[in-house]
Structure formats: C-alpha cells, structure tokens
Design a protein around this ligand. Structure first.
Ligand SMILES: O=C(O)c1ccc(O)c(O)c1
Ligand SMILES: [Mg+2]
Length: 634
C-alpha cells in the first residue's frame, strides 16, 4: 500500500513539508505546482531532495483549462504541457493531473475533449509519462466522474486515465457506486478528502474547508470501497485544501494525515471483509483485500467509564486542590506507594493529585500550573486499546513503576496530556488497592456519583485533530458541531461518546481569542481540561449539600427562569426549585437534563453537576450562553 499526500495540504516551505511527510511515514507526495514555482532549486534538485527523504513524487498537479478548447488555445496548451513534462522528467514524476476545464472558452463537446486529451497523452507517452483526467465539481462541462470517465474511454489512449477525488463526487452528492464498474487500471490516481456538510458555493467549500477522512461528514469509506472494488491498486493520497491546515504546524498535520489514512483503510477493510465473507462472496472484494495490505489496527476499545482524573500540582498547589476537592465532597482516601500523589474518592469518581517532583505530572505543572494532566479510561482490553492507539500514530507512554504497582498502558493524547487505559476487570478499587495505601475513612459526601463528561479546551487548529483522535483512536462517535455564544466570541463545540455512553468527552474550540475557553487554553494548554461534569441522582440535594460545604455556583439571571416556561412545559414547582437553586434545564425528545456550574476561582477549572432524566443524551448546549454570560459577569 503506497500512501501519499498533496503538498498543498500542509503548512511550511516545500522542504519542510517533505520532511514532515517523510517523518510521518508517507511513501510519496502529489506536488502542487505553486510549491515548486517558489522553490529555490531546480526540478532535479527537488527530485533528489524527495529521494533523499525516501519519498517519490507520484503526481504533478494541477494542469488546468486544457480540454475542449478552440484550436489556437489547444495548440498553446500543448506547448505549455511540454514545459511541464520537462519539469516532470527532471523531477522523476510519472503522472500529470489534468483537471476539467473551467474556462469560459471551453466548449461542451466530449468528443473534442477526448480528441485533445488523446493528443496530450500521446505527447506524454513519447516521454514515458502519463496523464490523469479529473472532474472538478465546478468544471464548466465536466463535473462528474462519470463524464470524465466517458471522455477518457472515448480518448482510448494507454497513457490517459482517470483521477478520482472523493471531494468532487461527494460534494455534488453524486453516487460513487458506478466507480466499481470502471476498469481499475484506467484509474490512474486516487485523491481522498472529507469535509463538513455546509451549504456553500462548492469551489469555496473545496478550497477552504476540506478535511482529512474521518474529520468531516462525507461517506469517504463508501467511496474508497468502490474504488477498491474497481481493482485500483495505485497510491492512496490525500488532497486537502484547508485554511486551518495552512497554518497548523506541519508535523502535526502530517501525523493526522497518516492517522486518517490508516483509519480509512481499517474501515474499508471491514467492509470488504464482510463482502468477501457474504453468502454470495464478492470476488472483487477478496482480490482487493489480497492486493492492498490495508491497515488492520486492533479493534476500538470497549469502555466502562472514567477510572480516574489526575491533576498535576506541586507542594504549594496540592493543598489548594485538596481544599477544593474536599469542598466538593471528595474524601482523601490514600497516598500513593511510591509517589507524592493523593487519591480522592466520591461515589464512583476517583481524582488523583500528583505532586511528585521530576515526574510527567510535574512537567505538565511547570507548563500549565495546576491542571488535569491525565485521564484514566476503563477499558475491557487496555493493552489492545494502547496497541490500537500506537497503530494509529499515537505515542506510547511508559511511567516508572514502583514495586507491586500495576502497569497501566498509556498514550500521549493530542496536546500532550496522558490517557491511561485501566483494565475494567480491576473494578472500581482494583487499581487503587495496588498502587495506593488506602485509608477506609467514611465522611459524608455531596452525592456526586460518576464523571458524566470531561470538557476539553482546544485551539481551533486542534479541533479536527481531536475529532479524528476520538473517532479513530478511541472509537467514539461524534455529535454535530455547534457554535455557542460566549459574550466575547463564538465557541465551536461537539461531543464524543462511546456506544454505552460511559465515556463522554466534549471538545470546545474558541473562534475568538477572548472567550473564557480561549483564556483557559492559554493557561492550561491545548487539549487541557476545561471543566469536569459529575452526575448525580438528585441535583437539588447535591446542590444543597455542596452549598453547605461552601461551594459557590454561577448565578443565573432571573430572566432565564422567566423565559424557560415559554420554551418548555415545566411544572411550576420544579421551575421554582430550579430558580431558587440556580439550576439550568434542557429537554430533548428523549428526556430532561438538569445542570449547574461552579464558579471558577480566577478563571481556573470549574465543575458541573448534572442529572440526566430518561435517555437525555446531550450536554445542555442551549444553556451554554447562560453559563458563559454568567461567567463573564462573575
Ligand atoms: O481547486 C482546484 O483547482 C483543484 C486542483 C486540483 C485538484 O485535484 C482539485 O481537486 C482541485
Ligand atoms: Mg483533486
């Protein structure tokens, strides 16, 4: 399996792009011509540079406005093509991408297009080169792969083939099913791109908002499946025009790119395997499987909730966290056997405050001050969970182990915090009994029972990274993105959850630099925990207990409670209780949601208490404006 990526997909100079792409394990690149136009060396220099990095240049792109033109323009274009072929030969690039014509001079004449492309292919063949024809979604007369294939078929030249790009097909809602009927050896190249669904001019959509497979809403798996069924055996490549990627550090983009391809391959492998094993086996699927060497990471983990949340602290801040956690009703129940770490429990929730000098936690503390530095996730097969993450380009993390302590497989999550996979079979106390000296003291708690969700604060350029990480590495499913109004700007937000809803993460990225979310990201780093929500059975009881312990909640405007009954049919007694307690309300077709937020000390971490009623599956997004306004006013 050869994996490739278009240079337009990454930030940096051409050399930096190639270095990042090579480091991420790609085999080749599609050279986006403007990257070469501004390159300080010759075509031969570029060819050598790529070869020295272990990369091939698989495709030269794009050659524009060629087919179905009046005679003078056609002749000029053939001369133009010869100059590009010179470059390609000097670089060692075998294939040129010719995209469908957008010029107003182009005529609606497939026979002429075929004839002219035949001539172009002839010129290429004389030099041992090939040409691939790609339908751009906004092409003047050729916008669908079926039209492009018709022209390629008519041209009937061995050096002319089809180039497929998932973006153009899926953005036009064209059916990719016909691809499987195209002879695989006439498909010369495959470009994959995903995108969020948007109602936008297709050219603007394509040039600014593409994303890696797994980051958007397109059925990229179904598309790739058709291409493999056709018998295509060339490179799998990514061509992503994206405004954010243009500025994201390219090493990270290259890792996301590789992760997205491996994930895509693993999904399509499952589809093909099912086809090959069906009662009437699909021979094309079996041969595609035999041919491709599609990635096969271990299955996505089955999760059973959060095992623990770990805070990074030092000698001075650990006592402050101690006060805060005990105020929230947590009991201090144990000291770590070998580290300066303290365990706090309440219900099924475990919090660890780690003040061990010269540890991973301390390095995070030094970067971000007191903050969450690790999440423990209960997984049915922790080793497989880690192996999957590593197979999908995450870094393995090993912590030093004291005698008798349990080894917990861990990875570095995007942004640098840790994610530990704790064996669910250890039960709620198993891990802690091994690693902590437990003191079984009892004290009244606040009725908090479980971690309902953990919300992360991300820079905008980490939003797609986390979308892919949660989907591919953790196997979570994602809810739609929403834009929430903070008084100082918009916050983009989406939730990721496992099938059993035991594990919920909320991803928040600020589009403004001035929102509370943006300030939290500045303080606690990219991918830092923004707030933690605890679930309880009776929110009014929990709030009363927490208030009695001195916890301060965000004050909610009386106007909110005047408005609520205009939106929902709520019992007056419940409304009165909510108003008195400062509890927020949401309702879906599946159930109700009651929630409340603590006040953050000087923009620090804050907490949420939630009560889910029925099968309510959201996060009270409709109330986020109430929270953010209250936070701005507090
Ligand atoms: O936006 C473009 O012009 C363009 C160029 C080449 C491609 O392969 C493509 O998909 C789009
Ligand atoms: Mg393309």
């Amino acid at each position: 399996m050869r994996r490739s990526i278009a240079t337009v997909s990454l930030s940096g100079t051409l050399r930096q792009k190639l270095e990042a792409v090579a480091a991420a394990g790609f085999d080749g690149v599609e050279l986006f011509e403007p990257d070469f136009t501004h390159f300080p060396g010759s075509a031969a220099d570029l060819g050598r540079m790529a070869a020295d990095l272990g990369l091939t240049i698989d495709l030269f792109q794009p050659f524009r406005d060629f087919e179905a033109m009046p005679p003078e323009a056609f002749t000029r274009s053939l001369d133009r093509a010869e100059r590009k072929f010179d470059l390609m030969q000097a670089m060692g690039v075998p294939l040129m991408l010719c995209c469908s014509n957008t010029s107003p001079l182009c005529v609606d004449a497939p026979a002429l297009a075929a004839e002219q492309l035949h001539a172009l292919a002839d010129r290429a063949a004389r030099r041992g080169l090939r040409v691939g024809f790609e339908a751009l979604a906004w092409g003047r007369h050729t916008s669908l792969y079926g039209q492009a294939w018709d022209i390629v078929r008519r041209a009937d030249h061995p050096a002319l083939g089809l180039i497929l790009d998932s973006f153009h097909t899926l953005s036009l809602r064209d059916d990719p099913a016909g691809i499987a009927d195209i002879p695989g050896d006439k498909i010369f190249f495959l470009q994959m791109a995903d995108a969020p669904l948007m109602s936008l001019d297709v050219l603007q959509w394509a040039r600014h908002h593409r994303s890696f497979p797994g980051q958007g809403d397109f059925d990229v798996v179904g598309f790739y499946e058709q291409v493999l069924l056709a018998g295509y055996s060339g490179p799998l490549s990514l061509e992503i025009f994206n405004d954010v990627f243009r500025e994201t550090p390219n090493r990270r983009t290259a890792v996301d790119a590789m992760r997205s391809l491996l994930y895509l391959e693993s999904q399509v492998r499952e589809r093909l395997t099912a086809r090959a094993a069906a009662p009437e086996p699909d021979a094309r699927a079996a041969s595609a499987l035999a041919l491709r060497g599609l990635a096969e990471p271990p299955a996505a983990p089955a999760f059973a909730g959060f095992a623990f949340i770990e805070f990074a602290a030092d000698e001075a801040t650990a006592p402050q966290l101690d006060v805060q956690l005990r105020q929230l009703g947590f009991r201090r129940v144990g000291r770590h056997r070998s580290k300066a770490a303290t365990l706090y429990r309440q219900g099924d929730i475990a919090m660890i405050v780690n003040a061990e000098p010269a540890s991973f936690a301390r390095s995070r503390f030094e970067l971000h001050g007191p903050s969450v530095c690790a999440l423990g996730l209960r997984a049915a097969q922790p080793q497989a969970a880690q192996d999957r993450a590593v197979a999908l380009c995450s870094q393995r993390h090993r912590s030093p182990l004291g005698p008798g302590e349990v080894e917990v497989p861990a990875i570095v999550s995007p942004g640098g915090n840790l994610m530990h996979f704790v064996d669910a079979a250890l039960g709620p106390d198993g891990l802690f009994a091994a690693d902590f000296v437990l003191d079984e003291g009892q004290a009244p708690d606040a009725g908090l029972q479980r971690v309902d969700h953990v919300a992360l604060g991300l820079n905008l350029d980490q939003y797609d990274t986390w979308t892919l990480f949660t989907r591919a590495v953790l196997g979570l499913s994602l809810a739609e993105s929403q834009e929430l109004a903070d008084p100082f700007g918009l916050v983009r937000s989406r939730a990721a959850a496992d099938a059993s809803r035991s594990l919920r993460l909320v991803l928040n990225a600020s589009l403004s630099r001035r929102t509370l979310t943006a300030r939290a990201v500045n303080r606690r780093g990219d991918g830092g925990v923004h707030h933690i929500a605890f679930a309880c059975e009776d929110i009014f009881d929990a709030v009363a207990r927490l208030r009695a312990r001195g916890v301060a909640f965000l004050p909610i405007s009386p106007n909110y409670y005047d408005d609520l009954p205009t939106r929902f049919d709520i019992e007056p007694a419940l409304l009165a209780r909510m108003r008195e307690a400062g509890v927020l309300f949401d309702r879906s077709a599946d159930g109700d949601f009651l929630h409340i937020y603590t006040r953050a000390a000087d923009e620090g971490l804050f907490f949420e208490v939630v009560q889910r009623i029925g099968a309510y599956d959201g996060y009270g997004a409709a109330n986020s404006a109430a929270r953010m306004a209250a936070q701005a006013q507090a």
